[in-house]
Design a protein around this ligand. Sequence first.
Ligand code: ADP
Ligand code: ASP
Ligand code: MG
Length: 439
Amino acid sequence: MKIMKFGGTSVGKPERMHQVKDLITRDKQKKIVVLSALSGTTNALVGIGEALAEANKELAKERIDSLHSHYLQFYKELLKTEAARSKAEKIIKEHFEFLNIILKISFNEAINRDILAQGELLSTKLFFTLLQELDIPAVFLPALDFMSIDENSEPELKKIAEKVKVILANYPEDQIFITQGYICKNHRNEVDNLKRGGSDYSASLIGAAVSADVVEIWTDIDGMHNNDPRVVDKTRPIAQLSFDEAAELAYFGAKILHPASIWPAQQYNIPVKLLNTMEPDAPGTTITAKEIGSGVKALAAKDGITAIKIKSSRMLLAYGFLRKVFEVFEKYKTSIDMITTSEVAVSVTIDDLSHLDEIVKELEIYGMVEVDKNQTIISVVGNMIAESKGTLAKIMSSISDYPIRMVSYGGSRHNVSLLLDAKYKNEALKSMNEGLFEW
Ligand code: ADP
Ligand code: ASP
Ligand code: MG
């Protein structure tokens, strides 16, 4: 069994969906195909939810209508036969009727998550209709029947695995299974999701659940590049990465992978491949447990970071102090990315600001608290960075023109993290690219 996940751009145009159909029928292996929403759809749904949250029904209606007309165009180009087209019309009608009904009822967060789920429901149903039109045998697996998260929004992998196995046992002869990425049920049995970009995470969780041979993430670029291609021109794909390296890159901002998407594959030692739907024979990136090569492999940047410094006049690191500081973050379920300490101060970074005010208030019991918003973490990832001679000097000289607010080095063998003001991010990434890769 293999998992093939196709992202938004890979299903975003009718001709791309046809390409996906070609890719999933190239071999006879059993496969679960995980689809994202058509590119732009989830953003549009977020926009509809935002308009409703502001009670701006007119704007919400405008946004629903504009998305609706996109789908009415899409299915006509996707499908040829009358029978398939009339199925697609029904599907689209059903989902847009749902969105229009929401306009009439009172809005809340659970309804918002229902809205966000429409994209993956639509893309999978339309793709399944295409397969039916072409007489390609396939089974439709609704993700809401097996994907679930607990009260901490963590995927319930054991439950997911049990459910998927029971469902698959009904189809011993079938080869192609189609399901939605991103969407799931929560502990209240409401529709929920795995956060933006979550289809990668779905694919990896399903891969772990069925002990797949490989999880293939098909996207619009030929693998993990050594720097952010949206910012830096001269980037190149990396052929091989270890799970640890890929996880660090994903966590620290490489958008090609959802931040949490590596651990399920790593836990069950399932190779993950990053492949390009538009260039299917390009080698892409293979991610396995193997540690290959040494030195710096790639850079990634994570935006929206806030630095919090707690400064005390007394010796701060008296035992028990850090525990008290960390307990404040634990209490508010806010995870810390970077930490640095000196004798009198400790600085940490967070990206979830939902409880910032409460956290600052409680930390003020222990000392003076300073908060710097709009920071970026640039993460330098590679194999044994901390042990290789001269690497740190090279990294620092590649970024010497920019003020660095924090440095985290030696915490893992794979990562050096630098914190700087977000306004320097793009220039810093370019400068580091030159210093580290372009020679
Ligand atoms: P999908 O819709 O297929 O999930 P995403 O847009 O989520 O695709 O991810 C692919 C995009 O990630 C690429 O088009 C690229 O712009 C961006 N990206 C950011 N950093 C990297 C990186 N280090 N390597 C490759 N792509 C990256
Ligand atoms: N459609 C969702 C999003 O845009 C999930 C995904 O594409 O991975 O975030
Ligand atoms: Mg993505």
